[in-house]
Ligand binder design. Structure first.
Ligand SMILES: *Cc1c(COP(=O)(O)O)cnc(C)c1O
Length: 471
């Protein structure tokens, strides 16, 4: 411990560091306080390395150059785009950690038009007065889903929260025990219900809920029947749930509002590409739900947002909820959504116009030839660090969409030599071409289905960079 303290007292002072000619140059280029803050961070890191014993008296303190280089690296990092692109080799199409959907060019164009200039976002052009920012997507959403009206908020969680708060606050909302689901950590139906201010009334059992369970639970205080799609798992075997259609008479008789959170919000029937059926928004509405909520960045493949469609009178009430101000979307989101929705007017073309549907629809032979191409290019570079081969595999939809069945795919399998798969995949992530892979049986796997053709060269560069550092 004492030798550690000895080291601490030998750390260069800020004054000494600021007198280094390289640092003085940095201070001419950038504000001094900006440079100083980064110098301080580097010093702090060295200090905690001393305290943790990582830097010992034996190893000695780093040279002055080290502080300067580290500071330069931090400056470079902080002045570049921190939300860097990533190459998704994980085989999870809607990867929440990687930003879920890659946007279509239609969405990108709409987004950049809105970003670069003023827009008519919340203005009524005719009168010049304040207009409704939701009007721009309303026609399309109603056309595509058959709804009377729509409303867009920050994500589906906000959509559910807004609907429950508007119609269930201080009243009872009934939900089946089979639908008290958790969707990725922070979205847990009981928690969301509690926070919305509604009183949760659970009915039925985990695997079976009957219409009479709902009927017996309705009281004068009941205002909502909530149904939640168990997006990320399936109950098989002895199982019964009550369809919305069966709840309609009860809702009408007792004046209740049926809210259906369908989660992934497919607008097209996914069976045409060999996937499992995922309830479409249109189907959920035609079953008789008053309000349907879904995500904008799951099967829609748009920007992060939550979409509420349903009865016009109810949507109008939701718009007046003070939470709406906190939940409303900005122009970037609403524009990107608009660019995305337009593609669904021509659903046959989706595999050409929408990157998510291109990934879903690509025949496995095409994916396999992409995997072969990656392997060919990897064999061209100096890569003494990993054996490369091809294998069959499965791509997942991700984000709690379609858990049951994946899509057949083709994998590039790297077996690293003298390095663990974890270390190798971490180095690939940290390269200048951040490549995300998955690990299977101690090998690093790149799923060719979630990789775009123009990303192949980046994969090669990422591997080359790791190989170079290692050699
Ligand atoms: C994904 C999902 C949510 C959460 O949606 P976000 O847009 O991620 O907030 C809520 N409910 C269901 C059923 C879901 O599948």
């Amino acid at each position: 411990m004492s030798s550690n303290h000895n080291l601490l007292s030998k750390l260069p002072s800020m004054t000494v560091l600021l007198q280094q000619s390289d640092v003085m140059e940095l201070c001419e280029k950038y504000p001094e306080s900006f440079v100083q803050a980064r110098l301080r961070k580097v010093l702090d890191n060295v200090r905690s390395d001393i305290l943790s014993g990582w830097i010992s008296a034996q190893k000695g303190l780093p040279e002055i150059d080290f502080y300067v280089c580290q500071t330069e690296a931090l400056i470079k990092r902080d002045l570049s785009n921190r939300i860097q692109f990533a190459v998704n080799g994980t085989g999870v199409i809607l990867h929440t950690g990687l930003g879920r959907a890659a946007l279509s060019s239609s969405a990108q164009e709409a987004l950049s038009e809105a970003a670069a200039r003023y827009s008519i976002l919340a203005t009524n052009r005719e009168t010049g007065k304040r207009g409704d920012r939701n009007s721009h997507n309303d026609d399309l959403l109603c056309d595509l889903t058959g709804a009377e009206a729509s409303l867009v908020v920050n994500n589906n969680s906000a959509a559910v929260m807004l609907a429950l708060n508007t119609f269930g606050e201080g009243r009872e909302s009934i939900i089946s025990r089979g639908e008290l689901v958790e969707i990725g950590g922070s979205f847990r139906v009981p928690d969301v219900m509690r926070r919305s201010g509604t009183v949760m009334v659970e009915v039925g059992t985990t695997n079976r809920t009957h219409l009479r369970d709902y009927e017996e639970a309705v009281t004068d205080a009941t205002s909502v029947l909530l149904k939640v799609h168990p997006s990320n798992y399936r109950i098989e075997g002895f199982h019964k749930e009550v369809a919305i259609r069966e709840l309609c008479d009860l809702a009408k008789e007792r004046n209740l509002i049926i809210i259906h959170d369908i989660g992934s919000g497919a607008l097209v029937d996914l069976r045409q590409w060999g996937l499992d059926y995922e309830p479409t928004v249109q189907a959920a509405l035609s079953e008789g739900a008053d309000i349907v909520t879904f995500s904008g960045d799951k099967m829609l493949g748009g920007p992060q947002c939550g979409i509420i469609v349903g009865r016009r009178d109810l949507i109008e009430v939701m718009k007046t909820n003070p939470l709406m101000r906190a939940f409303r979307c900005g122009k970037l989101t609403l524009s990107a959504l608009n660019g995305t929705l337009r593609l669904f007017l021509d659903p046959e073309k989706l595999p050409e116009t929408h990157p998510i549907y291109a990934m879903i629809a690509a025949p496995v032979e095409i994916v396999r030839s992409r995997a072969r191409k990656i392997i060919r290019k990897l064999k061209e570079i100096e890569n003494g660090m990993a054996a490369v081969e091809i294998a069959d595999g499965i791509t997942e939809m991700g984000s709690g969409s379609l858990p049951a069945r994946g899509i057949p795919s083709s994998l590039v399998v790297l077996t690293p030599d003298g390095l663990s798969a974890e270390k190798f995949s971490s180095a690939l992530r940290m390269s200048d071409y951040p490549l995300f892979t998955r690990i299977e049986n101690d090998r690093v796997v790149i799923d060719a289905r979630t990789v775009a053709d123009d990303e192949i060269s980046w994969i090669v560069k990422a591997v080359a960079q790791v190989a170079e550092v290692k050699s």
